[in-house]
Design a protein around this ligand. Structure first.
Ligand SMILES: [Zn+2]
Length: 300
């Protein structure tokens, strides 16, 4: 993705990796005819021969005149990511890639001329394993905050839900994520709970968008010459702009997730707002346009 400019703000994508995922595992209820119908534009995000969707794992780096903001921190390195439960077991061949990784994410971040110390804010749209991994890194066997000067922004609903789930004997996976990627941030005093007073600058707003997870937030950028939205996991694949009422297997509350997604997609359609989703692959940035009673995602 080329650097996008929104007035005085810029947005870049920092890649941690790309995953391929069977479309029917990710979207168990999808009618593959919808994909066939949209094949003329869905191809960069879907492999028709293998019926795999591509899921990019990346952060967005927002630079304002005063702040360097990292939105979501992907999967991370050296994390133990194994678990029980139906979702993990069914997708073990893919999710096991997240175990003990060694990606070049930090080098990718530094290629933008930034040091770890120069990140001011880490905003987690939600606290799933693929959005909090680089919150911490392993140093001499201890998990430490990757960004020593950053405030880390978490939603209270997200945090309390995770704390509850991590105590369940059936959810070892969430417990691992909590212990290695959230708890060290709480203990360092760098965790900040998002509320109405959270200020990321006058052109950036946080919008509560629950469903995929209980306290999910999107990040809206409104500059005088261009608008954008970082949609987190409200959308996983652009096919959802044509059928926004299809959730993934990873959505915590399917009905609420659908409701939120339908509302957001309706608002964005033909608005020329730049959509930056947490997992869209390739050049990633695009707009939602209506065409012949359907909708498509057009890369910009
Ligand atoms: Zn995700």
């Amino acid at each position: 993705m080329k650097t996008l400019h929104f007035g005085e703000l810029s947005v870049d994508k920092v890649i941690d990796g790309i995953e391929r995922f069977p479309v029917l595992n990710a979207f168990p209820e999808i009618d593959l005819g919808i994909i066939e119908k949209n094949m003329d534009w869905i191809y960069p995000f879907y492999e028709p021969m293998s019926k795999m969707i591509l899921l990019s794992m990346h952060s967005f780096l927002i630079r304002t005149p005063n702040l360097n903001i990292l939105v979501d921190t992907c999967i991370g390195n050296d994390k133990r990511r194994v678990g029980q439960g139906p979702i993990y077991k069914k997708n073990e061949s893919i999710l096991s890639h997240w175990n003990n990784r060694n990606s070049k994410y930090l080098r990718n971040l530094e290629s933008f001329g930034l040091t770890l110390e120069s990140i001011d804010i880490v905003m987690c749209t939600h606290l799933h394993a693929d959005h909090v991994g680089w919150n911490t890194r392993l140093e001499n066997g201890v998990w430490v905050p990757t960004f020593p000067n950053a405030k880390y922004l978490f939603s209270s609903e997200e945090l309390s839900s995770m704390q509850k789930e991590s105590k369940s004997p059936y959810d070892e996976y969430t417990k691992l994520v909590y212990q290695d990627s959230i708890l060290p941030i709480m203990e360092s005093g760098q965790a900040n709970i998002i509320d109405d007073s959270t200020d990321l600058g006058r052109e950036i707003n946080l919008i509560k968008t629950p469903g995929h997870s209980p306290g999910h937030y999107c990040v809206e950028i409104n500059s005088k010459d261009r608008n954008g939205i970082l949609t987190g996991d409200v959308l996983h694949n652009p096919i959802q702009v044509d059928c926004p009422s299809i959730s993934t297997v990873f959505c915590d509350d399917k009905d609420l997730s659908n409701e939120t997604r339908v509302k957001i997609v309706d608002e964005l359609t033909d608005s020329n707002t730049v959509v930056l989703a947490a997992h869209f692959s390739g050049s990633t940035a695009g707009v939602i346009n209506s065409k012949n009673n359907s909708r498509r995602f057009d890369l910009i």
